[in-house]
Design a protein around this ligand. Structure first.
Ligand code: CMC
Length: 460
């Protein structure tokens, strides 16, 4: 959770101006400021003191503020959670103004450069980086849970040939709950852990099989000799070869992309995972909800939309026109903007570097040139500067996925594979947090007053 600076006073207290007497007396300087907020309700003239902890007030403390004993009490109104912390979390730290992202305290840049996805997944789920023995065991467990029940394949066969793979992914993740009925024992740590391993292991299989279904290709089964990311490439692209050998550079690039997507604190899908999980449903059902939230074009579906947008723009000469349409709010510049980052998304920076590695193997993607030009023009434009709109993770990731030969519709599914450990860590943190309960927001009712039922023949 971001630390907030203490409010500054207008008196310059604590600052020493040259040549002037000290602004504070020694006794004052040692008195710690009170960690509370005083609120005066101008409707009643009453004043309340509300504790401040970690830069927040507890919203239920507002309920004591009433105009009379019958009054329900004050609530805060925050559509879209613009300024509401819904949990205390020790998983991911983001400073959106400085462009900082850390998992369990480790900077994303270091994990992307020196770690692997499975190591990062372990870190996110367990809270610490694994020792060699722990990583070996974790890798073994994940690798040996990659197969899915054959009946899931029958379910997949029921989808139309052109079914969006994200729709197939959401549905098959939900269907897994019926194969593991024990998963509803969400208060049992061992059972919980088993489902987490299963989900991290099976996500790539479901994703790749959804793709194979859409192309009519036979399913390519997991290969336990390959790394996590190597196996994704195997299940997606294996054709007639007896053993698929992933290109090391491309396997590494995919692994880095998964690391960059592994968690992102209380985003829309993590919030869905927590909200649905708070009803104590099994993790497959909760993760299906999270994946459904990710599917949307404003969230994980944005990478797909970036590619479609670049296709629509078509060529460099059309970029200025497109920017004009963005500024008149006719269209959005997909892959730009973020609720939290008001600076360059640190993931986008790393992805740009990975793109260079990938293009060494695959050759330059012509869309990259267009994306770079779009970014150059946007970053100089007053609209984007004043709105603090920068490229986010989705702006360049799609271009790399395309260079890796993933079809556009698979982009959000790849995001989902990477995000799986994050969703599960958020879910586990929720369940083990004694402050959490079933998620149930309040509303401000703006509908009709009480009125009596009108028989249909008397309605106008
Ligand atoms: N293109 C043009 N204008 C934009 C964009 C954009 N991509 N994003 C925000 N704005 C404008 C918006 O119109 C508003 O302008 P004004 O103040 O004049 O009304 C202002 O910037 C603030 O936008 P907002 O919609 O209130 O911001 P938000 O925090 O609610 O939305 C967002 C964040 C990511 C949904 C939004 O920036 C967006 O729709 N971006 C495009 C979709 C996208 O790339 N999503 C991926 C996000 S990163 C991956 C992930 O974690 O999901």
């Amino acid at each position: 959770m971001a630390k907030h600076p203490l409010p500054t006073t207008g008196t310059g207290m604590g600052k020493k101006a040259a040549g002037s007497p000290p602004a504070t007396f020694p006794s004052e300087a040692t008195v710690a400021p009170k960690q509370s907020l005083s609120i005066t309700d101008n409707r009643t003239g009453k004043t309340y003191e509300i504790p401040v902890k970690d830069g927040t007030i507890h919203a239920t403390d507002l309920r004591q503020i009433k105009t009379d004993p019958e009054d329900f009490g004050l609530m805060s109104y925050d559509p879209a959670f613009n300024n509401t912390a819904s949990c205390r979390s020790a998983i991911t730290f983001i400073d959106g103004d400085k462009g900082i992202l850390r998992y369990r305290g480790y900077p994303i840049e270091q994990l992307a450069e020196r770690g692997t996805f499975l190591e990062t997944a372990y870190l996110i789920v367990h809270g610490e980086l694994p020792t060699t023995a722990q990583l070996d065991e974790w890798t073994h467990n994940i690798t040996h849970h990659t197969f899915i029940h054959e009946n899931i394949l029958k379910l997949m066969d029921g989808f139309r040939y052109d079914a969006h793979p994200m729709g197939v992914f959401v549905s098959t993740v939900a269907a897994l709950s019926t194969f593991y009925p024990e998963a509803n024992q969400i208060r049992n740590p061992e059972v919980r852990y088993r489902q987490m391993v299963r989900l991290i292991a099976k996500s790539p299989t479901l994703a790749a099989f959804a793709y194979r279904h859409s192309t009519g290709m036979p399913y390519a089964y997991p290969d336990n000799d390959l790394s996590y990311s190597g196996n994704v490439l195997n299940m997606m692209f294996k054709t007639t070869e007896a053993k698929y050998q992933p290109n090391k550079m491309l396997e590494h690039a995919l692994d880095v992309l998964f690391i960059l997507h592994a968690d992102h604190e209380q985003n829309c899908s993590a919030n869905a995972m927590r909200s649905v999980g708070s009803s104590e449903v099994d993790p497959y059902s909760a993760m299906a909800a999270a994946a459904a939230a990710l599917y949307g074009p404003l969230h994980g579906g944005a990478n797909e939309q970036v590619l479609r947008m670049l296709g629509e723009i078509g060529s460099m000469k059309n970029i200025p026109d497109y920017i004009k349409r963005v500024k008149t709010k006719e269209v959005k510049l997909m892959g730009f903007g973020h609720r939290i980052y008001k600076n360059y998304d640190p993931r986008a920076k790393i992805i740009k570097q990975v793109a260079d590695e990938v293009f060494e193997v695959t050759g330059k993607n012509p869309l990259l040139e267009m994306a770079v030009e779009l970014e150059r023009i946007a970053l100089q434009d007053d609209y984007f500067v004043s709105h603090k709109l920068y490229p986010n993770v989705d702006f360049y990731s799609g271009i790399i996925y395309e260079a890796l030969r993933f079809p556009v519709a698979m982009f959000p599914v790849l995001f989902a594979i990477g995000r799986t450990p994050g969703w599960l860590a958020q879910w586990q943190e929720l369940l083990t947090d004694p402050e959490q309960k079933i998620a149930r927001p309040r509303q401000v009712y703006v509908g009709s007053e009480k009125r009596d039922y009108v028989p249909i023949e008397k309605r106008r």
